[in-house]
Design a protein around this ligand. Structure first.
Ligand code: C2O
Ligand code: CU
Length: 485
């Protein structure tokens, strides 16, 4: 198995007062980037069926030895699921771990009973088979566990993967789309290893675990051999706490084509792409034959104090992935000038405005309670959620079931990278975000969806709330609190 030396990182072990990490030029890029396999789908009988088994295993990730990791159908991470808009999917999850977990389909519009939140715990040895009709634009979504109070640890151990939604519109565009060839999953995570190659799971401060070793698709020191002039990277920040401010090491821009929920209306040339935990962006990178360029994460202004910036990794400068172009590259068409029609949600139709303040691991001063419904939404209505980070700690905001649009940031129009469909958005301290969203899925009134900070330690500490979507005049049912562990 390919084992690489992790970059030796000075001064990164003292929690709370460490200096910034700088790995630029120090990562030994010698491991071929692992590409998660596409999950096999069984399409007999009109339903697209996938089987996932959560299991423990051992993974040689860095020098020194193997780590105890968790994966789906393997020892680390899981296969890429792929389905087309209009298909009905059914996923059979079998839990071979020795503790209960869940799988949540992040970014997916679906019935709450299939959502895989903390009310859908799958006990050891048990099987869970959610099914739903995929009905949303082509997008890079993902899946990960969501057991209340344990999400950070389950994701850090390695459970998670991509879920790509395809549609006819995206398929008709001239974009790179050969999976693993010129259309590449880039699942970025940070972890900390001890000298025996084992994962350290206890190094945590008030934002959770921020690791000193960056993995892409579970590969340390990853290099991808580029074979085409243009390569599409499906960037996913699957870290538990760390944010990345992606850019290319030689200063060339990337072309952003999609945000969390699908294509932007037009491509956007960017020097930096900020992704906080849970967020995705699709970018196209153009290389000449023989060129090498490093995908990096640059120090980022998250609006934090210096100490907080260091604790959250925001001051770090990191080498992430080496792209190495072959001597001859297959031609690729230019990125189309028009990508999609992103219909703006109608603000004049807004029925309800709600306000959410995130502070001290609470939302509106409430700690998450599995037995309490915080918000009751009426089906087929449009709402504005005003979201606000009330102190100088990094938080973002994720809503289940819907893709939203950012109406305004402190009263101003959002920057272009936030102009498309989003399900997770970074909240700089004391900046007011107005998000507009439409709820079209009427749910069992006893089965809530979640909203929360996607820094998973904050979520685990209770920075989460629950909403149900009911018929007009409907009321939430008693949802009970006994499902959590
Ligand atoms: Cu990606 Cu509620 O989660
Ligand atoms: Cu947070």
């Amino acid at each position: 198995a390919a084992v690489t030396a992790a970059a030796t990182l000075p001064g990164c072990s003292a929690l709370g007062s460490r200096g910034a990490i700088d790995t630029v030029g120090r990562v030994d890029f010698r491991n071929r980037l692992r590409i998660p396999p596409l999950a096999e789908a069984d399409r007999r009988g009109g339903t697209t069926e996938f089987a996932l088994a959560a299991q423990a295993g051992r993974s040689a990730i860095v020098a020194g030895g193997e780590a105890d990791t968790w994966g789906l159908n393997g020892a680390l991470l899981g296969p890429t699921l792929r389905a087309r808009r209009g298909e009905t999917v059914r996923i059979t999850l079998t839990n071979h771990l020795d503790e209960a977990t869940t799988l949540h389909w992040h970014g997916m519009h679906l019935p709450a009973a299939a959502d895989g939140g903390p009310h859908q715990m799958v006990e050891p040895g048990a099987t869970w088979s959610p099914s739903w009709r995929v009905d949303q634009p082509a997008a890079t979504l993902w899946y990960h566990p969501h057991p209340h109070g344990q999400t950070e640890r389950h994701v850090y151990r390695g459970l998670g993967g991509l879920f790509i939604v395809d549609d006819d519109h995206e398929a008709a565009l001239d974009l790179p789309r050969t999976y693993g060839v010129d259309d590449i999953p880039v699942i970025v995570q940070d972890k900390t290893f001890d000298s025996t190659g084992q994962l350290i799971e206890t190094a945590r401060h008030d934002n959770g675990m921020v690791g000193d070793t960056i993995l892409v698709n579970g590969t340390a020191g990853p290099v991808f051999e580029v074979g085409a002039r243009r390569t599409r990277l499906r960037l996913l920040n699957a870290s538990t706490a760390r944010s990345y401010n992606f850019g290319l090491g030689d200063g060339r821009p990337v072309t952003m084509i999609a945000s969390d929920g699908g294509l932007l209306s037009e491509p956007l040339s960017l020097q930096r792409v900020l992704l906080t935990p849970g967020e995705r962006a699709e970018v196209v990178v153009e290389l000449e034959p023989g060129q090498e360029v490093t995908l990096r994460s640059y120090p980022q202004d998250l609006g934090l104090t210096d100490a907080r910036a260091r604790n959250s990794g925001a001051a770090d400068e990191l080498d992430v992935l080496l792209l190495r172009a072959a001597a001859r590259l297959a031609p690729s068409p230019e990125v189309p000038a028009r990508l999609a029609v992103v219909d703006r949600l109608d603000e004049s139709a807004v029925a309800v405005t709600r306000t959410f303040e995130l502070r001290n691991n609470r939302i509106n001063d409430e700690e998450m309670d599995l037995g309490r419904v915080d918000d009751v939404v009426t089906v087929d209505t449009t709402e504005v959620w005003e979201v606000w980070n009330g102190h100088r700690q990094p938080h973002n905001f994720h809503v289940h079931d819907v893709q939203f649009q950012v109406l305004s940031v402190d009263g101003r129009p959002p920057p272009p990278e936030l102009s498309g469909w989003k399900d997770t958005v970074y909240l700089p301290p004391e900046v007011r975000f107005r998000l507009i969203m439409r709820f079209t899925e009427h749910t069992d009134p006893a089965m809530p969806y979640m909203y929360h900070c996607h820094l998973l330690w904050h979520e685990d500490q209770g920075m989460m709330g629950q909403f149900v979507v009911v018929e007009p005049g409907g009321r939430p049912a008693d949802i009970g609190g006994g499902h959590g562990h």
